[in-house]
Design a protein around this ligand. Structure first.
Ligand code: FCB
Length: 463
């Protein structure tokens, strides 16, 4: 493999490297009538919670258009597709009776993917908790670990003969802290103890789910998808803030999932907030993982919160921190572009976890760009998104550089296959390789999609 030098040289990836793209159920599926309510349906109805009051009722209408969408993925040469299963679609009440039509939808999707030689990589929880379970306390309740394990076992039974590789959770930090501490995401609470309980019960649910899925089908390849990021602080905040945020954002998840224990300094920082952790839980969480999914968008930068800083910090052990706007290029959503941080993160994983680190997949990475006129279709129907290509190129060079330094990265999933519902941003942010015209549901592969198809086909970045 050619080392990444920062100069635009050709970079080859190891033989067998997997090239894919990712989406999530609530963000694309539509077919609202075909499933139970989830917490995001409820959150979208809350005035001011989501830009333009957008919701997921139709989204990309993917369940209706799945055959065309899979054909499009095949045309783009994707080898794998990371999707998520909507828990309330297969289990409308979260527990109890499964929905035959909901189960059938994913059978059909998996069959279509396999017919086109695309490996499905489903995630069981990408934030759309059944509202019926939220009404019973959601992941704030310890019992949620068993609700989730039962759901996971059902999925293993139902699909495990054809689908091999599964993730339990997607970015559990976001669901816990954006959902329950800062309230920016569903279910929209601002309760620090609740957030920590969710952070713990998600991991406990993950551990129980691994056990439950393996007891049904011992040979599945099981992982979890987290979103660690390098943390930087300016000199207006206590330097300890960097350690504290790194603790709850990064080490909490990595240490528990890979080493079977929470970091002692984080437990200390949390103090009484962590009373939900019971003896034996950490061992349950630390079940062997077949792979680890890393979602990376940008490094995190912090300054001190002031009287005019809006909202509440999601960082419960550093509540006086606020995001720092750094003077460097950013994507439309306001996230700084920091590919060197991505390389540093991957190298750190290897350095800090060594033999405990399973093979790594980059399960999400991508950029929101949509500024008119450049990134809407031009008169010839072409979407020129060269900035997105540059973002992908830079971040893939970072992955290659990490592989060169010994990190076992086995694959990469672009976020996202297509423009979709970007949570609290609604449809106002476009992350897709493929442009979606929401009025007609037409899909138009952007220049980046054609570029990515070539990368996947050749297993290398062009010089
Ligand atoms: C991640 C989410 C994904 C998407 C991207 C932009 O945090 O996992 O659903 O919204 O951000």
């Amino acid at each position: 493999m050619t080392p990444a030098t920062g100069v635009a040289s050709t970079v080859r990836f190891p033989a067998g490297f997997t090239w894919g793209a990712a989406t999530a159920s609530f963000q694309i599926e539509g077919d609202r009538a075909g499933r139970g309510d989830c917490v995001w349906d409820t959150f979208c109805r809350r005035p001011g919670a989501v830009v333009h009051g957008d919701h997921g009722d139709v989204a990309c209408d993917h369940l209706r258009l799945m055959a065309d969408d899979v054909k499009m993925m095949a045309d783009l040469g994707l080898q794998a597709y990371r999707l998520s299963i909507s828990w309330p679609r297969v289990l409308p009440q979260g527990t109890g009776a499964a929905s035959p039509s909901g189960l059938a939808q994913y059978h059909r999707l998996f069959e279509l993917l396999l017919e086109h030689d695309i490996e499905p990589v489903p995630t069981l929880f990408h934030w759309d908790l059944p509202q019926a379970l939220e009404d019973r306390g959601g992941f704030r309740q310890r019992e949620s670990a068993w609700w989730f394990a039962d759901y996971a076992a059902l999925m293993a039974e139902e699909y495990g003969d054809t689908v091999d590789r599964w993730a339990t959770f997607n970015e559990p930090w976001c669901y816990a802290y954006l959902g329950h501490a800062s309230g920016e995401h569903a279910p929209g609470l601002r309760d620090r103890a609740a957030a920590v309980a969710v952070a713990h019960h998600e991991l406990l649910a993950h551990g129980h789910a691994l056990q439950a899925m393996r007891s049904v089908r011992p040979n599945l390849s099981l992982g979890i998808v987290i979103n660690p990021s390098p943390v930087h602080v300016d000199d207006t905040v206590d330097p300890d803030v960097e350690r504290r945020i790194d603790g709850t954002l990064n080490r909490w998840w990595l240490d528990a999932a890979l080493l079977g224990r929470y970091p002692l300094d984080v437990l200390d920082d949390l103090g009484p907030l962590a009373t939900c952790v019971q003896d034996g839980d950490e061992g349950t969480i630390g079940q062997e993982l077949d792979w680890l999914g890393i979602n990376y968008y940008n490094d995190h930068f912090y300054t001190a919160r002031t009287a005019t800083t809006p909202g509440v910090s999601p960082h419960v052990t550093a509540p006086g921190s606020a995001p720092l706007v750094v003077d460097r290029p950013q994507t439309d959503i306001g996230w700084p572009i920091t590919p060197q941080g991505f390389e540093a993160l991957l190298v750190r994983l290897q350095r800090d976890y060594g033999d405990a680190l399973p093979p790594v997949y980059v399960t999400e990475n991508g950029a929101a760009y949509q500024s008119a006129p450049a990134e809407v279709p031009d008169a010839d129907g072409v979407v020129h998104d060269e900035r997105r290509i540059r973002y992908y190129d830079a971040h893939l060079r970072a992955v290659a550089a990490a592989i060169e330094q010994g990190v076992d990265v086995r694959g990469y999933f672009a976020w996202s296959l297509m423009d979709n519902f970007e949570w609290a941003w609604g449809y106002s942010q476009r992350f897709g390789l493929v442009y979606v015209d929401y009025a007609t549901q037409q899909r138009i592969p952007k220049a980046s999609a054609h570029w990515y198809a070539q990368v996947a086909r050749t297993n290398q970045l062009p010089g």
